[in-house]
Ligand binder design. Structure first.
Ligand SMILES: Nc1ncnc2c1ncn2[C@@H]1O[C@H](COP(=O)(O)OP(=O)(O)O)[C@@H](O)[C@H]1O
Ligand SMILES: [Mg+2]
Length: 372
């Protein structure tokens, strides 16, 4: 306990380190199972800076929802500390916790709107729950929120009359009604089609910028994280296995879990027709297949030219793609190289020397190259 509080005090007293918006320190959560307690979060620590858009990604069942429910104390951690805006929520008495919780808005996959209430009345609900806010004041606060989410003309409609995207806009306006500093989005676009997902993510980015609200976005889809988040933590079995900027995650995933999640992003992958020709076993005419990730300043060097010159090996380009992540280019090029496996290893180590990343994917038969 002393250790954690020292860290908190340190932040408050040191003007050079601005206080993070959210800090989880050594958080564990166990649920009672049939055969004893089941550990869902294991000694997990993370920091979300003020104004950030922080992504949490992981497979279904990894513990993502439990993690964010611990941020607003919908779930109480079994152990550890949760500090939001400098306040240790784990030690607050119930009345103070209710007040502090209003600083944390949340939106959900299935919107959780009340079907018997109009759009306006759904957004007004959190203000009614707080109590002591007059009708005039409620209207003064709800009307601009409906404008912000683009639903001013739907204020008197009922949820059943709205599309999924419009329902989520109501959810967002309702989450903003109590003027939060943090907005938690738990699979907020998972029930929406890709076009609607894009428009909701754009709205969230706009809200982050305009209102300077810190956003924590949970998803099992890498595309969502890529489009919206700046920083990301990969959760697996209740532990953070990888963490950093979204760009770095895409440029250099370190764990199998992350690589599997990245596979969902089609642009990174070889087209099916080529992928099925890449094999683990080398046939007599097989050529190594390498994936080269171009990132950072080294991406501007004439690397391919250098490789061909140095190794005197033909390079066959199988697939190439340039992605823009947080506005920065990230190139991924898949090539077959002549000259066998030892050649491939030498090329990979040379790529690393250039500050680039080379990965060995398998072999492709030379006869398939001409067919492809
Ligand atoms: N209230 C609960 N009681 C018992 N087990 C739970 C409860 N909530 C979640 N779990 C279990 O915790 C694990 C993680 O769940 P969850 O946090 O919902 O994961 P995710 O959101 O990543 O899919 C799952 O195995 C789930 O069954
Ligand atoms: Mg979940």
């Amino acid at each position: 306990m002393d250790g954690a509080l020292e860290v908190i005090d340190g932040d408050l007293n040191n003007p050079k380190t601005p206080m993070p918006m959210i800090r989880m320190i050594g958080v564990s959560k166990a649920f009672a199972g049939a055969d004893g307690p089941v550990d869902v979060l294991r000694n997990l620590s993370l920091t979300v800076e003020k104004g950030d858009i922080f992504g949490i990604i992981g497979r279904s069942g990894a513990g993502k929802s439990t993690l964010v429910r611990c941020i607003n104390m919908l779930e109480r951690p079994t152990s550890g500390w949760v500090i939001v805006g400098g306040e240790d929520l784990t030690s607050l008495p119930p009345a103070d916790l209710r007040r502090s919780r209003r600083r944390i808005g949340m939106i959900f996959q299935h919107f959780n709107l009340l079907s018997s209430r109009t759009v306006f009345d759904n957004v007004a609900l959190p203000l009614e729950v707080i109590g002591g806010i007059g009708r005039h004041e409620i209207r003064r606060r709800v009307t601009p929120l409906l404008d912000l989410v683009g639903l001013a003309d739907k204020r008197d409609q009922y949820p059943a009359q709205l599309s999924g995207g419009q329902k989520q806009r109501v959810g967002i306006a309702r989450a903003l009604a109590s003027d939060p500093s943090v907005l938690i989005c738990d699979e907020a676009t998972s029930a929406l089609d890709p076009e609607t997902t894009k428009s909701i993510l754009a709205l969230l980015a706009d809200i982050n910028k305009r209102l300077n609200i810190t956003i924590v976005i949970v998803s099992h889809e890498m595309q969502v994280i890529k489009e919206l988040a700046n920083n990301v933590a990969v959760l697996d079995r209740g532990e953070i296995v990888e963490e950093g900027t979204v760009y770095d995650l895409f440029a250099g995933a370190k764990t199998d879990v992350t690589c599997t999640l990245l596979r969902d992003i089609a642009s990174r992958e070889l087209p099916e027709a080529i992928r099925e020709r890449v094999t683990a076993e080398q046939e007599p005419d097989g050529q190594p297949v390498l994936r080269i990730t171009f990132r950072g300043p080294a991406a501007n060097n004439p690397v391919l030219f250098e490789l061909v010159r140095e190794f005197a090996a033909p390079l066959n380009i199988l697939h190439g793609h340039i992605d823009y992540i947080q506005g920065k280019p990230l190139g991924i090029l898949t090539v077959a190289v002549g000259g066998g496996a030892s050649h491939a290893a030498a090329i990979i180590s040379r790529l690393n020397g250039y500050g680039l990343r080379g990965e060995f994917l398998g072999y492709v038969a030379a006869r398939d190259l001409s067919a492809a």
